[in-house]
Design a protein around this ligand. Structure first.
Ligand code: PLP
Length: 555
């Protein structure tokens, strides 16, 4: 028997560090940060995820911009312990055995177990051993199997480990929604009983991003795991994991205020709240700035809401010095990837993220003449970001960006750093001067990299989408917005032109003059206001909101 849990947090991916590659991107980074805060706040939590042999891929870039992606090999034994318990899940009529590795996530106030489920066991058939091989790899059949292992296998594993009292089963995105099927079985198929102990966070503002399976395939693979009324729960036409999760949760939320609005438009019959994402502030702060804040804002580590008021005690000179140290560390780390030396006294703009079209990675390059006129000799740019190995569009974007760095080299130094991962993200979000983000409006659910930047006094320059709508509203002196806050225009190209033009204007008349010509004090003032944003956009605040709204005991 184990002590009661407030929450069992189910997630397809967790990004603890670059050498545990069981993640693809932001969803995993968020899960890790939320779990870090649960551990610090001593919220009794167990996390359930999958022991992917291959998740995030190592990216290399040739001088001509072509990329190769290779699997990161890792040995779970180095980081975690294989537990003796085994559970079974029936797939396609035969038995699959599931094991779990336990990772101890150490917080300041408690240690939180993360259970990594694994089917790569000698007793399983070869094809079943591969279920935990590739994160988001494989076809629909493979995806159903993976999600059955996570959901049903996960609940069974928790029971086998002795967790009998679990307040809430939390589904981080729809991938884990099959956990509701096991709970239904435990509770005589009483929907209401299950609903009372489930909560759900949706992350995807576009319909195509939601997992759906056709019922023929679902019956073939999940068979007896599906209850008689599955179509009532998950949709008549197709099995929608999002519908299943929503219909069996007492609470559903999106991950920012605008994302909440968009989700309610997508699912007009549901009530979807929002809990805006955050980051784990002490994980992402540079060590130099962390030390300064210990002196100027005592208690900020335990209570980041103090950051709002205390930053006035931070000395300008000390803050600037800490920032320049982080900047030099970044420039040193990326030196192997650039022909041209980057200069720590030049305004450095970083833009790093997964390369997908809605994030408009090339917006800055819409008008090269204008960019040269604005930026010649005054800015240097660092990019990073992986494209999915099967994603032709993304790979071509990266190639074009690298070609452009060559053609522009006499006016603007541009570096594309390979292999974006959480370690590189930490360097970039501490060492840049400006964090550029240009998503197409209403497409960014939240975004969290800008929060990491703000934590380090790196100033956001972003279109108003996701979290930045709230960040900019909280303190418009903390950064700059690109383009208007408006409904997405029907014509994406028109919108693109407006945003690009405004981006050049912001750079020319706001960002560059403030950095160079005005008193540096004004820039440093903005840096402090950026740090102040972390009073809100931290995962301690998220976890308190989850406890209040989604994980309340004794409902
Ligand atoms: C923080 C982080 C993300 C999420 O950032 P976005 O704002 O969505 O771009 C993605 N990948 C890595 C490696 C990160 O560290």
């Amino acid at each position: 028997m184990k002590p009661p849990l407030t929450v069992a947090y189910f997630t397809m991916e967790v990004a603890l560090s670059a050498d545990i590659p069981t993640f693809a991107g932001g969803l995993g980074v968020l899960a890790a940060d939320l779990m870090r805060s649960c551990a610090d706040l001593a919220v009794p939590t167990a996390c359930v995820t999958m022991c992917w042999q291959h998740g995030y891929m190592h990216q290399e870039i040739a001088p001509d911009g072509t990329q190769s992606y290779s699997e990161v090999s890792w040995d779970p034994q180095k980081f975690m312990k294989l537990l003796p318990e085994r559970v079974n899940v029936t797939l396609e009529g035969h038995n699959v055995t599931v094991a779990a590795w336990k990772y101890d996530l150490k917080g300041t106030e408690s240690v939180l177990p993360i259970y990594f489920l694994d089917t790569n066991l000698p007793e399983n058939r070869e094809e079943d051993r591969d279920i935990t091989k590739y994160l988001y790899g494989g076809d629909g059949a493979m995806r159903i199997k993976q999600e059955l292992i996570l959901g049903i296998g996960g609940v069974r594993m928790l029971r086998a480990l002795g967790y009998s009292d679990i307040g809430t089963f939390h589904m981080n995105e729809g991938h884990s929604a099959f956990l509701t099927l096991e709970l239904l079985r435990e509770r005589d198929f009483k929907d209401d009983d299950v609903r009372g102990s489930c909560a759900f966070t949706t992350h995807t503002p576009v319909k195509a991003g939601h997992d759906v399976f056709n019922y023929d395939l679902a019956w073939k693979i999940a068979g007896e795991n599906l209850p008689w009324h599955i179509k009532k729960l998950a949709g008549e036409e197709q099995l929608s994991m999002t519908h299943l999760a929503m219909h069996l949760s007492h609470y559903t939320c999106g991950v920012s205020r605008v994302h909440g609005v968009v989700s309610n438009m997508m699912f007009p019959n549901e009530h979807i709240d929002f809990i805006t994402n955050g980051i784990h502030h002490t994980h992402w702060v540079s060590k130099e700035l962390g030390k300064l804040l210990d002196v100027s804002v005592p208690g900020w580590r335990e209570d980041p809401s103090l950051l709002e008021k205390g930053n006035s005690h931070l000395s300008d000179a000390d803050l600037w010095k800490a920032h320049q140290t982080a900047k030099k560390r970044l420039l040193k780390a990326i030196k192997p990837y650039t022909q041209q030396e980057l200069n720590p006294d030049i305004l450095t703009i970083a833009s790093a993220r997964r390369v997908v079209s809605y994030k408009r990675p090339e917006l800055l390059y819409t008008n090269l003449e204008r960019l040269k006129e604005v930026g010649h000799g005054k800015i240097q740019i660092i990019h990073a970001g992986n494209a999915h190995p099967q994603d032709q569009f993304g790979q071509e974007v990266i190639k074009r960006m690298i070609e452009r760095s060559h053609t522009l080299k006499d006016s603007i130094t541009i570096v594309y750093v390979p292999n974006y991962n959480p370690d590189l993200a930490a360097l970039l979000t501490a060492g840049a001067d400006v964090w550029l983000n240009t998503p197409m409006r209403l497409h960014e659910a939240s975004g969290t990299s800008g929060m990491k930047a703000a934590m380090n006094g790196v100033i956001n320059l972003s279109t108003l989408d996701g979290w930045w709508v709230e960040g900019y509203e909280q303190d418009s002196e903390a950064g700059w917005r690109i383009g208007p806050l408006a409904e997405a225009l029907a014509d994406a190209n028109e919108h693109r032109k407006i945003d690009a033009e405004d981006l050049y204007t912001q750079l020319q008349y706001e960002v560059i003059p403030e950095y160079y010509y005005e008193n540096r004090a004004r820039w440093v003032h903005r840096m402090k206001r950026s740090i102040g944003l972390l009073s809100t956009f931290n995962t301690h605040r998220c976890i308190r909101e989850y406890c209040e709204k989604a994980w309340r005991k004794n409902r």
